[in-house]
Design a protein around this ligand. Structure first.
Ligand SMILES: [Zn+2]
Length: 179
C-alpha cells in the first residue's frame, strides 16, 4: 500500500526539481554548482544528485586519454559510495538502491553538432534509503567537497513530513538540518 501513495507523492515533489533541471539545461548548467534533492516519505528517503561533469572529473567531453578514462572511473566509483554523497546523523538509514548515470553512458544524450555549441555533460545519481525511523533524521552531511575540489556550491532541496527547505553548501559548510 505504501508504494501506491509513494509514487504520486514523489512525482509531485520531484516535479519542481525536474522543471528546474529542464530550465537549467536550456540555460546551460553552471560549472562548480550542483543539485541535491531529498524526498523523505515515511521511512524511505530518496536522494537525487545532479552535477556538471566538470565538477567531478575536470572535463565534459568524452575521455580522450587513459588518464581521463581513469578520472571518470574514479568518479563513478566514488558516487557508488553513498556516504560520500550524504550521511544521516540519525534514523538508522541503509541504502537499498543506487543508480548512477555517468556523463557519457546516456544513450539519448544529444551529440553536440560541430561548432554549434559548447560540449556539456552531467553526472546524475539517485539513491534510495530505508530507515528505521526517518522522522528522527536531524542533520545530514556530505563529503562531496572533500573528494571533488571542483564543487563550489551545492544546492540542497528537501521535502518531508515536517515540511520542506533548502540549503546552500560549500566547503566550509557541509552539514544541513532537516527540521
Ligand atoms: Zn558544462
Amino acid at each position: 500500500m505504501k508504494s501506491r501513495i509513494f509514487i504520486p507523492f514523489l512525482s509531485i515533489c520531484l516535479f519542481s526539481a525536474a522543471t528546474l533541471a529542464e530550465k537549467r539545461h536550456h540555460d546551460a548548467h553552471t560549472h562548480g554548482a550542483a543539485e541535491l534533492n531529498i524526498v523523505i516519505e515515511n521511512d524511505t528517503v530518496l536522494i537525487e544528485f545532479e552535477s556538471p561533469a566538470v565538477n567531478l572529473i575536470g572535463f565534459e567531453h568524452k575521455p580522450r586519454t587513459d588518464a581521463q578514462q581513469l578520472e571518470l572511473q574514479k568518479a563513478l566509483a566514488l558516487l557508488n559510495d553513498v556516504e560520500i554523497i550524504v550521511s544521516f546523523e540519525k534514523g538508522e538509514c541503509r541504502v537499498t538502491e543506487t543508480h548512477i548515470r555517468g556523463p557519457f553512458d546516456n544513450a539519448d544524450q544529444e551529440e553536440p553538432e560541430h561548432g554549434k555549441r559548447e560540449e556539456h555533460s552531467e553526472f546524475h545519481a539517485t539513491y534510495s534509503f530505508s530507515c528505521q525511523d526517518a522522522s528522527v533524521i536531524g542533520s545530514v552531511s556530505t563529503r562531496l567537497f572533500d573528494h571533488f575540489p571542483g564543487f563550489e556550491a551545492i544546492r540542497v532541496r528537501w521535502v518531508g513530513s515536517k515540511g520542506q527547505g533548502s540549503a546552500l553548501l560549500n566547503n566550509q559548510s557541509t552539514i544541513f538540518s532537516i527540521e
